[in-house]
Design a protein around this ligand. Structure first.
Ligand SMILES: O=C(O)CC1=CCC(=O)O1
Length: 245
């Protein structure tokens, strides 16, 4: 099972999944280019390059096939892989994502803001989009840890991925995805709304959508339910029990 992180995070966004799922699965998580400890080629990046990075990593590690779980831009990378490298994958968990996230203008504006002001000028707005107030109050250290990784992301890497998001649109290709897909939304996610995850599940050949309590970083809001949902999806031929036991 391979985990792919969202914009401005690193592989530690999956700590609560790895802790719970590593008994059942062999897990690989990695930092997307320009994030965490992965190097940052010169911006801009393309979605195809982010997808090809993972195939190169799988080749390097001798991994022939895997299931995939990605959140936000990670979920967009998953959609690209499902279309362009389908023989390397079994099932896809696409979380808090969309075939087209945001608009050209919104990403261009975000890039200009970060190039001129750095990431710290958008950290509070990011906290708002990513986490419920409840999580901020109940798990302040967890939230602060994730936001510290956000602040430490390289500007080049962040802006490079914003450019990939600005230019990516998987909408026309979704109907070609035949692998089982589990789409997971955060009920109060202001970035990728539940209706967008519903559209993914309906557009692919074999998709299901479940909405869990939370905002954008939905895997951290109710990790027990999230972990049971993806375990049941991967282990049961795509038949999912809900609420997961
Ligand atoms: O706007 C955000 O910070 C959320 C987001 C959009 C794409 C992604 O990966 O994260």
């Amino acid at each position: 099972m391979i985990f792919s992180n969202s914009l401005g995070t690193d592989l530690h966004m999956w700590d609560l999944q790895v802790a719970a799922l590593s008994q059942d699965f062999r897990i690989l998580r990695y930092d997307n280019r320009g994030h965490g400890r992965s190097s940052s080629p010169a911006s801009p990046f393309k979605l195809a390059e982010l997808g090809a990075d993972l195939i190169a990593l799988m080749d390097h590690l001798g991994i022939d096939r895997a299931s995939f779980c990605g959140l936000s831009i990670g979920g967009l990378i998953g959609q690209w892989l499902a279309v362009h490298a389908s023989n390397r994958f079994e099932r896809f968990v696409l979380c808090a994502t969309a075939p087209r996230i945001g608009s050209f203008e919104s990403w261009q504006h975000r890039m200009d803001t970060v190039i001129h002001g750095g990431l710290n000028v958008i950290v509070e707005a990011t906290r708002e989009r990513w986490f419920t107030q409840q999580l901020c109050m109940q798990e302040p250290e967890l939230v602060d840890r994730i936001l510290a990784s956000f602040s430490n992301t390289s500007i080049e890497g962040y802006v490079g991925c914003c450019a990939a998001l600005r230019d990516a649109d998987m909408t026309p290709s979704l109907g070609n995805i035949e692998h089982p897909v589990l789409a997971v939304s955060g009920q109060d996610d202001p970035v990728c709304r539940p209706s967008e995850l519903d559209e993914i599940a309906k557009a692919v050949v074999n998709g299901r959508h479940f909405s869990l309590p939370g905002k954008h970083i939905v895997n951290l809001e109710g990790p027990g339910q999230f972990n049971r949902l993806i375990t049941s999806f991967i282990k049961t031929d795509g038949r999912v029990e809900f609420p997961p036991k």
